[in-house]
Design a protein around this ligand. Sequence first.
Ligand code: SF4
Ligand code: SF4
Length: 233
Amino acid sequence: MQINTDLLQKLNAAATRNIDSYLQKMLTASAEHGNFGMQMLDHLHEQLPRTSCDDCGKCCNSVSIFSLEYHRVIREIMITWKPERLRRLVQAIFRLELRQAEIGKDERRRRCIFRDDETRVCLVHPVRPFACRIFGLLKTDGKRECDRVKDLRTPETIITENYLISLQEKVLENSESYQPFPGEEEIHFFPFEFWFFRHIFSPERALQIYREILVPMSSPLTRLWQKHAGPTT
Ligand code: SF4
Ligand code: SF4
């Protein structure tokens, strides 16, 4: 699938002209969303097991998240990051091509905007999404995506389909869904950038960016999470 490079260039040009207004729109949308659903989300996060791993960051490719998780992340960084750092984040969101990496024949990934490869940390670790929290946990077939993940809880938590569905149902009450491809299923998980563009432009524009830029840059982890979570309807 080819990336729409014209659209990518238009985004780059728009960012050069309007970065402060986009930053303001991002903050306003999340301020308007407010605390809605946040307490429930934090509670669900707390119920998940704590894990440890080597923090190599190999899996920190753009993951798909609920809109509520997007607002949770923005809420956190609005409070803890300085304005100039937020501005740099918005600039980086627009430079999607700088985070794309080839990982094999016809296989690409886009690095997560919140992975700092120099310090090997997740910049939003306390509020990271479910996809990151459950990565590497034991699945019903006895496998895990990464053998270096250790579940610090005994006995280990097993990620079942029912567990994922119940989790989705709770979060979906406070999240949006879209049908990105005509005739296909409605989905609830999109990359962080989709939610960002949905708030600073429009849902239609964000869906175009999703189809024509984000999906062609798709990460294996994104697809994995969608495959395991599946639709709830
Ligand atoms: S889960 Fe595995 S791949 Fe991901 S950062 Fe940890 S050790 Fe690396
Ligand atoms: S949010 Fe954090 S843990 Fe999740 S992919 Fe990004 S950097 Fe990695």
